[in-house]
Design a protein around this ligand. Structure first.
Ligand code: HEC
Length: 131
């Protein structure tokens, strides 16, 4: 005989962790973030499918956990972002995406997300982009 077992709590928590992440105090939704990524114009400069150097901005798969400005784009690795010197995580992305030029003066990064909830959502999406 074979009985239906309840799904263990840790599995549910792990699944939730996949689709939600925190930026500041706000919980982000990766599905909404994916839509916002497109509607905010990010794909014009960033590929999330192929690691090519033909776009103005760097390939964003694997961005969380890597050092700023180390990935080549059409413009080469970014000296302005290297100077900024952070490793990308929810916190550093939250600060940067609110006003890239204030954090990394002279950066060619033109995307800006002023709404904190939208930022949290896009960051939750970026976290899902793994190599
Ligand atoms: C007009 C082009 C352009 C648009 C639009 C744009 N970006 Fe960028 N982005 C760049 C460039 C160029 C860089 C590299 C910085 C530099 O060269 O100064 C960058 C860097 C980044 C980085 C850091 C990458 C790394 O490897 O260090 C992130 C994260 C990022 N952008 C996210 C976004 C998001 C999210 C959006 C949409 C809201 C967006 N970008 C829209 C051009 C753009």
């Amino acid at each position: 005989m074979f009985a239906v077992r309840p799904i263990p709590f840790f599995v549910v928590t792990a699944l939730l962790a996949l689709s939600a992440a925190y930026a500041g105090d706000l919980k982000g939704n990766a599905v909404t973030g994916k839509e916002l990524f497109t509607t905010s114009g990010c794909p014009a400069c960033h590929s999330v499918t192929t690691p090519d150097n033909s776009k103005l901005g760097p390939y964003l798969v694997g961005v969380v956990g890597r050092k700023a400005g180390t990935t080549k784009s059409l413009l080469g690795p970014s000296e302005n972002l290297k100077k900024y010197g952070v490793t990308w995580d929810a916190e550093t992305l939250n600060e940067f995406l609110a006003d890239p030029n204030a954090k990394a003066p002279g950066t060619a990064m033109a995307g800006i997300l002023v709404d904190p909830q939208q930022r949290a959502d896009v960051i939750a999406y970026l976290i899902t982009l793994k190599n």
